[in-house]
Design a protein around this ligand. Structure first.
Ligand SMILES: Cc1cc2nc3c(=O)[nH]c(=O)nc-3n(C[C@H](O)[C@H](O)[C@H](O)COP(=O)(O)OP(=O)(O)OC[C@H]3O[C@@H](n4cnc5c(N)ncnc54)[C@H](O)[C@@H]3O)c2cc1C
Length: 392
């Protein structure tokens, strides 16, 4: 019978989807992260599927290996600005839709207080998947819906966090020719309760419903990202992500299992791994100030996904440079004050938790660290430029 170890459980919802007795339900804990709960222990048939197929425990998951990397961005600037980085996830999705296929991605709920997986069959459906939602999306019946589409012979593209791609593969239990998968480079989502509370704070501050919300709005290019919300009454909220309570919670308040993520490293679970190409130099001719994606190909199918992308500037990237992304290899370390933050958040809410002295101090030191890092990088580049300048 399922024993939940909170440090391990990644919230993939697989156990609740495969339980033959249908007694496992996902419920949010007091931090707002979903965990499985056994509703009626007496009805458990002791099949142990929940334990043996759990992707972070014993599940047999075939891993793939990094082969090559490609980077790129949408050539249409308006399209590019709507995506999280270069829009590679959207470009691949468009190609699948053109082939009459189905794309499985993540959209916000209508009031933006949560996120969930859904299926797209048109270009219009794809719009909702654009840009990153920094919370775990509810899976609900998505595993079964994907299986249904695959059995109908549809081409299906599943894009998700690595643990979600792993769970999907375990659920399907065999290879499907018509299934393509992309996993996102991930340093862990924050709690859905943060998203809910943040949106509620904005809603009451502006006394109006939110009609648009982005955590990675590109005001001055893709860095730094801004949070932008538009309201039914015409008002606008615009703030640097890192300066907001959301930004602080995203740093401090991760799902505990993300500190011990089992899906780090060069062995991957998907055909392509997608992320932000942060390690590309600004001086590179392949750089774009509005965002550049990296796509690390792990399988032959991965190559197929990148063929004939329309309206997308794709270039071969250096694999070693592409792999210089810490979130690919290392789990994020738990912040020293995470539990203090959690206690304050549960007791008095998001704004209060972000105002804690120790949290503010850590945020301040982190920003200082980043500024010093950026300053040293500029100095280093200047010195290199002077040393390498051709002598007259
Ligand atoms: C929680 C989280 C943490 C991340 N951390 C890093 C990181 O540390 N380093 C890094 O390089 N990249 C990270 N990424 C990936 C990055 O933010 C972009 O999603 C990625 O570069 C793809 O950008 P794009 O422009 O190609 O996507 P877009 O064209 O904007 O499309 C976004 C795609 O992401 C999917 N998506 C959005 N939110 C979620 C979600 N919550 N769960 C599953 N799928 C989702 C959508 O369905 C869509 O397919 C993270 C993403 C998430 C969701």
């Amino acid at each position: 019978m399922l024993v939940i170890n909170k440090i391990e459980c990644c919230g993939c919802e697989l156990c609740s989807n495969i339980c033959p007795a249908r007694i496992i339900k996902m419920k949010p804990d007091d931090e707002g992260f979903l965990y499985p709960e056994i509703l009626d222990k007496g009805k458990c048939i002791e099949c142990d599927k929940c334990l043996n197929l759990c992707p972070v425990r014993n599940a047999p998951i075939q891993k793939t290996h990094n082969l090559e990397a490609y980077s790129g961005f949408f050539s249409d600037n308006n399209k590019l600005k709507l995506s999280a980085s270069g829009g590679l996830a959207s470009a691949i999705s468009e190609r699948i839709i053109k082939k009459n296929g189905v794309v499985c991605g993540v959209e916000y709920s209508e009031d933006f207080t949560s996120a969930f997986f859904s299926l797209a069959t048109t270009f219009t459906d794809l719009e909702k998947f654009k840009t990153s939602k920094y919370i775990q999306a509810n899976k609900s019946k998505i595993y079964k819906e994907v299986l249904h589409k695959l059995n109908q012979g549809k081409i299906v593209l599943f894009i998700g966090l690595p643990c979600e791609v792993a769970a999907m593969k375990v659920f399907l239990s065999k290879e499907y020719e018509n299934l393509y998968t992309c996993d996102l480079i991930c340093h862990g989502p924050t709690s859905s309760k943060v998203q809910k509370e943040f949106c509620e704070i904005l809603r009451s501050r502006y006394n109006s419903d939110i009609i648009y919300f982005s955590l990675r709005y590109k005001k001055e290019g893709w860095k730094p990202p801004y949070i932008r919300a538009l309201f039914a009454n015409g008002a606008e909220y615009l703030e640097k992500f890192a300066d907001t309570c959301y930004g602080i919670a995203f740093q401090f308040f991760k799902r505990p299992s993300c500190n011990f993520c089992k899906f780090k490293g060069n062995a991957r679970v998907a055909d392509i791994t997608l992320g932000d190409y942060h390690s590309l130099k600004k001086t590179s001719k392949f750089y774009n100030n509005n965002g550049v994606s990296i796509g690390i190909i792990n399988t032959k199918k991965g190559y197929e996904l990148l063929k004939n992308l329309e309206g997308f500037v794709l270039s071969k990237a250096d694999l070693n440079t592409a792999l210089r992304n810490r979130a690919l290899h290392d789990s994020i370390k738990m912040k020293p004050n995470r539990n203090k933050f959690s206690r304050a958040f549960k007791k008095k809410g998001l704004n209060y938790a972000c105002r804690l002295g120790s949290v503010k101090f850590l945020v301040f030191t982190r920003r200082l660290q980043l500024r010093i890092h950026r300053f040293l990088a500029i100095v280093k580049n200047r010195i290199i430029a002077v040393v390498l300048r051709p002598k007259d």
